[in-house]
Ligand binder design. Structure first.
Ligand code: APR
Length: 233
């Protein structure tokens, strides 16, 4: 089976009703990244950080996967599909995708601040005073700015082994995630679905890039139909 790696960002979930970060009225227009998504912000005001993620988690429980997520599940019936997402929502999993790697963590999980290997399912608000089994404060299981990306090496290996790479709904600005496409073997077909595609340094070097300036719902559905029609070629 041909291997397809799908690199997704916030635009993948936009049509499900989840705000992106850098579009107009995006999350970073209404919140200070360093206050709500950094270890320094956590040290300064953990309650503010907890409320930022509590609000996003409450919203996540109200939304559903969109046509783009469902099209990728269709793709998995005929290709070995590995999804590597920057998103912390679980919409890929809820749509039925089986192989999902979260580079930046998962909103529906919490973890111990003192014992980071202690990770728990979390569908409720996290409060100051909520502790892990060893008595340490719980935090969102999210990779904050300045923290390492534990799944990066695994993700790079998958891109290196890919026969086809799809990129959906990311502004290609945040490294190391934005550099992953650079691990693709030269000549690997790259498809980039985004209404405002951002051709970063790595994409500029890709010889076999096809850009589809469309939203994920329609664009990914069209792309999946094309890949399925040509799957035996
Ligand atoms: N369909 C597809 N793409 C869309 C849609 C849509 N309906 N709506 C917006 N987009 C695109 C935008 O054009 C933009 O390129 O989604 C992208 C969103 O970019 P960002 O908001 O920067 O989100 P992302 O690239 O995922 O951010 C990366 O930055 O803040 C950190 O950790 C956070 O994982 C996040 C990382």
């Amino acid at each position: 089976m041909k291997k397809i790696v799908v690199l997704t960002g916030a635009g993948m979930s936009a049509e499900s009703g989840i705000s992106t970060f850098r579009d107009s009225n995006g999350l970073w227009e209404n919140h200070d990244i360093m206050e709500v998504a950094s270890p320094e912000g956590w040290e300064r005001n953990p309650a503010l950080v907890l409320e930022f993620y509590n609000a996003r988690r409450r919203q996540l429980l109200e939304v559903s996967p969109n046509a783009g997520h469902l099209a990728l599940v269709e793709l998995e019936k005929h290709f070995d599909v590995q999804i590597i997402t920057q998103n912390v929502d679980d919409l890929h999993e809820r749509s039925g995708s089986l192989n999902v790697i979260h580079l930046h963590g998962e909103l529906r999980k919490s973890r111990s601040t003192a014992y980071p290997h202690l990770i728990y399912p979390c569908d409720v608000d996290i409060r100051i005073g909520d502790h892990c089994e060893k008595g340490s404060q719980l935090r969102p299981h999210i990779v904050w700015f300045g923290e390492e990306v534990p799944m990066l090496d695994r993700a790079a290996d998958l891109v290196d082994e890919a026969d086809i790479v799809l990129i959906v709904g990311t502004s290609m600005q945040v490294y190391p995630a934005a550099g992953l496409v650079g691990y693709a073997v030269p000549g690997t077909p790259i498809y980039y679905v985004d209404p405002k595609p951002a051709i970063n340094f790595e994409l500029k070097r890709m010889g076999n890039l096809k850009v589809m300036a469309e939203m994920a719902g329609a664009g990914v559905s069209k792309l999946v139909a094309e890949l399925l029609a040509n799957r035996d070629s």
